[in-house]
Design a binder for this molecule. Structure first.
Ligand code: NAP
Length: 258
């Protein structure tokens, strides 16, 4: 579905310094039909060497500094994005930055819960709020043309581990991670709330599970390479229509239980 990005003028991804965020940028620029502008955010752009190298080779990658847990940084980034997209607005926001604070019932503390919540659940909401005028601008241009990245879409990178329904019975014996699992469950609800609130504006909102992937977070045992995961993820994002609004999808495109 690479060609779908031809109709997406401006795309923004958070956490593009490494892992899946970096792979999204790389796959988009090598995939043939890249968006007009790729806004790749990183909390420490100077340290994001691979991203810098990609941006040197591809003029339509714009690196912006963004610490997703800092409101001042979010507001500064929103005004820099506005300077880049102007009247076109923002067609696709991928809230990808995330952390995994590992703690079970014995080791979990309030601070660990709040740290994971701030990055994984609160930040995507605050970033979406800050980008809303730009998302609305892009969506308004396609009034009457359904929903998708040709108008405006918010994609929240979530995890199967956040599914309340799936964490039961036989499936409940692994990854007893209170902070991460609950932060992704909360992100799922943030996604649903946004989908309800932004439907009238024609902004598609959905949650996407990228699979278990060999990144710093996923670890070396994970079955999927970043290239394979993101190839499927971009195919799903490129093919989104109004029927996917408010949904939780696997990287294969399959519907998942919240
Ligand atoms: P990763 O390799 O650990 O990379 C995490 C990215 O998030 C890095 O770019 C990191 O930036 C950024 N980040 C973290 N905190 C940030 C902050 N406060 N401000 C700005 N950026 C911040 O993780 P990943 O595997 O690529 O995961 C990406 C997303 O997919 C996450 O939301 C994760 O939960 C989700 N996911 C991953 C898997 C998997 O198997 N890998 C499975 C399901 C879901 P720095 O370089 O500055 O630290």
């Amino acid at each position: 579905m690479a060609h779908a990005f031809k109709n997406c003028s401006n795309l923004m991804v958070t956490g593009a310094s490494r892992g899946l965020g970096l792979q999204i940028v790389e796959s988009l620029v090598t995939g043939g039909f890249s968006p007009g502008k790729i806004i790749a955010t990183a909390r420490n752009p100077d340290g994001a060497k691979e991203l810098q190298m990609l941006a040197e080779e591809h003029q339509h990658i714009h690196i912006i500094k963004l610490d997703v847990t800092c409101q001042e940084s979010i507001e500064r980034a929103a005004s820099e994005v506005e300077q880049l997209v102007h009247e076109e607005g923002l067609n696709c926001l991928i809230n990808n930055a995330g952390i995994n604070v590992v703690a079970n019932l014995e080791t979990v503390t309030a601070d660990k819960m709040l740290e994971n919540f701030h990055t994984n659940s609160v930040a995507p909401l605050m970033i979406t709020k800050a980008m809303l005028p730009l998302l609305k601008r892009a969506a308004a241009k396609g009034t009457g043309m359904g929903m998708g990245i040709h108008r405006a879409a918010v994609i929240n990178m979530t995890s199967l581990l956040g599914s309340v329904e799936l964490y039961w019975g036989d499936r409940a014996n692994t990854f007893k991670w209170y902070p991460y699992r609950t932060s992704k469950s909360a992100l799922n609800m943030v996604t649903r709330c946004l989908a309800v609130d932004l439907e009238a504006d024609g902004i598609l909102c959905m949650a996407l599970h990228p699979g278990w992937v060999r990144t710093d977070m996923g670890g070396p045992e994970a079955p999927l390479s970043p290239e394979d995961s993101i190839s499927c993820v971009l195919s799903v994002i490129g093919g989104l229509t109004e029927k996917d609004h408010g949904s939780f999808l696997h990287y294969t495109g399959e519907q998942l239980p919240w």
